[in-house]
Design a protein around this ligand. Structure first.
Ligand code: UD1
Length: 376
């Protein structure tokens, strides 16, 4: 049997916990030959290499080393550099995850070469075209032949956009596969001791903050306002803030004063970060993935944005879309610290088996005869 050749794509940090369980699952099947291409959109050890090491992701077969740049430049560079790789290696399928510039660029190059594209985490919509990720999502979903979906709202979005039901597969959440797989190891991390969050071997109450959306960090005024609100919360409990490079650049320019309990640290590896998330009293974030991870962990999350593409974290999970008004953020945080945090439940199919389902559907589709089976 000629194996099914799949080129898997990663570009930026949030892609890595999504690809890890997929590669692991593909490697269990001799009928699949999985290759891995890193576009190099993220290149720092702390945003990339450490995730490969900790999650046991095989070394990429190819690194396109595109690096940073404007959206057009970065997207164009991935397009230009991936094309010869696809032509030479002739994969049966290209698998992309998430919504970063690399996701869109590779999908476009593959589709134009007549190579089928699978999009994992399809159909999420914030309905906010000022987010670069929203444009990447809509266009990638228009190009992909396999649309693997994490939550029911995403199925509705894809149907509304005219995607054929036979392409849409509700399979669950591969990022939660990683969370479940690595949580027992992550909980052994020493990060709590290192950051002084332990009192007699017990965790003190504390919060975790992440901020990197351009709408929150690119304007000095907005960033200052948000950190003002966080400082007020830091007067009550320590807030750990692993700072993304984009945010670090802005902070260096702004010279914003801060409360001693607001602890700015370098980006963390996956295991240390999951350990913090799992033990936190509250999480404040503008990330997409962290809204999902906190819901899966049952930890109260305040999302510092006006919209979310992941509505199930609100309707079923522990997430509150609090916006960016400092007063509202402070009030919502105080409620959580007073023990009135939101209690949620785990969304359907966030059970650690999404990668298994995806691989099964692909095998069925390529070897089982006939068209892909819809699983919506
Ligand atoms: C990208 C993704 C975003 C994702 C985020 C996670 C897009 C459009 N955006 O945003 O969806 O949530 O990654 O981190 O694809 N930099 C470094 N080291 C690196 C990479 C970047 O220092 O390894 C610096 C560069 O100076 C760069 C800045 O960080 O200008 C921002 O990086 P960039 O890749 O442009 O976008 P992110 O904000 O990371």
């Amino acid at each position: 049997m000629i194996p099914l050749k799949i080129i898997n794509i990663v570009g930026a940090r949030p892609n890595l916990p999504k690809i890890a369980p997929l590669i692991r699952e593909m490697l269990r099947h001799p009928e699949i030959e999985p290759l891995l291409v890193h576009t190099g959109q993220h290149y720092d050890d702390k945003l990339s290499d450490i995730f490969f090491r900790q999650m046991g992701i095989p070394k990429p077969n190819v690194n396109l080393e595109v690096g940073s740049g404007s959206h057009a430049a970065q997207t164009a560079e991935v397009l230009r550099r991936i094309e010869p790789v696809l032509i030479e290696s002739k994969p049966d399928l290209v698998l992309v995850v998430g919504d970063v510039n690399s996701t869109l660029a590779v999908s476009l190059a593959a589709a134009k070469l007549g190579i089928r594209v699978a999009h994992v985490e399809a159909g999420l919509r914030s309905f906010d075209r000022s987010m670069p990720e929203e444009i990447n999502r809509v266009l990638t979903d228009a190009l992909a032949e396999y649309l693997f979906v994490t939550e029911k709202d995403a199925v509705e979005n894809l149907l509304r956009e005219g995607r054929p039901p036979s392409r849409i597969h509700f399979v669950g959440n591969v990022m939660i596969d990683s969370l479940r797989h690595f949580l027992p190891i992550a909980l052994k991390s020493h990060i709590g001791h290192d950051l002084g969050l332990m009192l007699k071997e017990k965790w003190r109450p504390f919060g975790v903050l992440t901020l990197h959306r351009p709408s929150n960090v690119d304007s000095m005024a907005k960033l200052g306002e948000l950190l003002g609100a966080v400082e007020a919360i830091a007067a009550e409990v320590p807030i750990i803030f692993p700072v993304h490079p984009r945010t670090q650049e802005r902070l260096a320019q702004a010279g914003i004063a801060r409360h001693p309990q607001l602890l700015l640290i370098s980006p963390l590896g996956y295991l240390d970060f999951v350990c913090l998330l799992g033990n936190a009293t509250l999480v404040l974030t503008d990330s997409g993935g962290i809204q999902e991870e906190t819901t899966a962990l049952g930890v109260p999350c305040l999302t510092l944005r006006e919209n979310t593409e992941r509505p199930v974290t609100i309707s079923e999970g522990t997430n509150i879309l609090v916006g960016t008004d400092p007063e509202k953020i402070e009030a919502a945080a105080q409620a959580i610290l007073a023990g009135k945090g939101k209690v949620g439940r785990i969304p359907a199919l966030w059970d650690g088996k999404a990668a298994e389902r995806i691989v099964e559907i692909l095998l069925q589709s390529f070897f089982g005869g006939g068209a892909a089976v819809a699983t919506t």
